[in-house]
Ligand binder design. Structure first.
Ligand code: TXA
Ligand code: MG
Length: 522
């Protein structure tokens, strides 16, 4: 098929109108992204939209009108809240879902009983719809799964040869698709955030909910309130990872990363190849540039991309919603004090792993050392310990750890009491010492309930026999004593079940195992 490239002249718009009237497909600019239009009431034409985009047929299309009065025939009823939104916002980057009328076919609505309607703000868009004389079904004019097109050149890339015409109307003003709100549910619910924010909507119609899937991934077997939620979206060819960190931590994290690209804000100082999407405190600029940036990364051949996290309020919610889908919900949370928690049962050879991480430049915090210092110097902790276990565990001003050990290791309740005094102090001190990228080496990570403070947890284990032999030669104790120690800890299964990664340290290819894990984490 030959695809005509049209201008925004009155003459060309009239041509576009004719093509649409006759069941053809025309891509045109809107204030959000380019749309791929067809007569919404012509079933064959609508089917061709799905074909050109490669879009699943159960994912409904938005019906666009040029005039407010053209909405009524499409819906069962314009509810009072719908009327309020239409009065307050239309024409706008806002789509309203209502129960559909008989007039709207099942193909447009993806088999649902509802229909999505929108009156675009962009004048060219409205002129095209008007010229066609029909309501226009129009999804974003991209190949299904790719970022929506914010410039005509991207429509050309995706649709050339597949549709009748493309109107070149320059760059889109907002850059992310319209806000989609359903009024077909008890409480109005945002299914897709956009330039018309929750706050703006609430001013007009009161309480508005945000569908959980807007910021989180769909759970397995969850039914999507909007079919579009369940499909892969906005995905560039590169693997995108969102980095939840402030500017400085982000820069430290990405700088020096091999074979990776940064998707960051203007002014971020990174020394790897980068593409920016707007300015840090300007969510409108981020919305406008995000899809363009994702497409640019593909053009540059990026394989791995570290993206800076946008703020999730206002229009930022729309930006985050698109970015998290582009990243397939992968977020590295560097706001946690520890990048890695390193733990494992006694005798597993955790020390070797911690030394190796340290040699790679991680700042390893040794929690055992911190415990020791606390027993020596933290008067507050010592006072509490004495209060519970008696003053005679202090000898010549020094805490007798062996004596304390004898008391607590044969009495689980007492051990728990001691832990409840000591662990918070240990965590506090570890946090104080944590410098990115920090690793906390903590045999008692789980006992101290410090796992939530770690981005990822690596557990080091080894065969039971190996561990017993290591403990015997390390501490000069009997086999029986070694076994007793092992049995007093969590089971090996507990460690592995509660960790993200397991290193098996029987003495072979440990570095290879760790390198592989680090590659995945970072
Ligand atoms: O800004 C926009 O809305 C652009 C421009 C071209 O107007 N259009 C657009 O359409 O983004 P599309 O098809 O790419 O996205 C429409 C979204 C999809 O996620 C779809 O599942 C949802 O709206 N949707 C449409 N009708 C629906 C309905 N009846 N119920 C629930 N969700 C619906
Ligand atoms: Mg789309």
């Amino acid at each position: 098929m030959e695809t005509k490239i049209l201008t925004t002249s009155e003459y060309d718009i009239a041509i576009a109108g004719e093509i649409l009237k006759n069941g053809g497909l025309v891509a045109f600019p809107t204030e959000t992204v380019y749309g791929l239009g067809a007569d919404a009431l012509n079933e064959t034409a609508v089917k061709n939209i799905y074909k050109a985009k490669g879009r699943p047929s159960d994912n409904p299309l938005i019906v666009h009108v040029a005039d407010k009065k053209d909405i009524a025939p499409l819906v069962k009823e314009i509810t009072p809240k719908a009327q309020a939104l239409i009065d307050a916002f239309f024409p706008a980057p806002l789509t309203i879902i209502l129960n559909k009328s008989e007039k709207v076919g099942k193909v447009v609505s993806g088999g649902l009983d509802t229909v999505a309607v929108r009156m675009p703000e962009n004048e060219i868009a409205r002129k095209v719809i008007k010229a066609s004389g029909c309501p226009i079904a129009a999804p974003s004019a991209n190949t299904s799964g790719l970022p929506s097109p914010t410039k005509s050149k991207y429509v050309v890339e995706d649709m050339m040869g597949k549709i009748d015409a493309i109107i070149d109307g320059g760059d889109c003003e907002f850059g992310v698709e319209s806000t989609v709100i359903t009024l077909a549910t008890e409480t109005p619910t945002i299914l897709r955030p956009g330039a018309v924010t929750k706050e703006m909507l609430e001013k007009v119609i009161g309480e508005v909910q945000v569908a959980r899937a807007v910021t989180e991934g769909m759970k397995k077997d969850e039914v999507a309130s909007s079919p579009g939620m369940k499909y892969k979206h906005y995905s560039p060819k590169a693997k995108v990872v969102i980095v939840d960190a402030d500017k400085e931590t982000y820069e430290k994290f990405v700088n020096g990363k091999k074979d990776a690209f940064a998707l960051c804000f203007e002014g971020d100082s990174v020394n790897i190849p980068k593409v920016t999407f707007g300015r840090e405190n300007d969510d409108l600029s981020q919305a406008k540039e995000l899809f363009d940036a994702l497409r640019k990364l593909d053009e540059m051949g990026a394989k791995k991309v570290y993206a800076r996290i946008p703020r999730i309020t206002g229009v930022g919610m729309a930006v985050y919603n698109r970015l998290i889908r582009a990243a397939a919900f992968t977020v590295i949370d560097l706001k946690k004090p520890f990048v890695i928690g390193l733990t494992g049962p006694t005798g597993a050879g955790k020390g070797y792993v911690s030394n190796y991480l340290s040699s790679l430049g991680f700042n390893v915090i040794d929690s055992d050392k911190i415990v020791k210092t606390i027993y020596e110097k933290n008067q507050n902790v010592l006072d509490k310990v004495c209060k519970v276990f008696g003053n005679d565990i202090i000898e010549n001003g020094v805490l007798n750890r062996k004596k304390l050990g004898d008391i607590v290791f044969s009495d689980k309740k007492k051990l728990e009491t001691l832990n409840s005094i000591v662990h918070p102090a240990v965590i506090e001190e570890c946090e104080k010492q944590a410098v990115f990228p920090a690793v906390i080496d903590a045999p008692q990570l789980f006992e101290a309930k410090a796992q939530d403070k770690c981005y990822k947890i690596i557990c080091v284990t080894a065969d039971r026999e190996t561990r017993i032999n290591r403990i015997i030669s390390r501490d000069g104790i009997t086999k029986e004593q070694a076994e007793k120690r092992i049995n007093s800890q969590f089971s090996e299964k507990y460690y592995t079940d509660n960790s993200d990664y397991v290193v098996c340290n029987n003495g072979e290819n440990i570095k290879t195992q760790i390198d592989k894990i680090l590659e995945e984490i970072l």
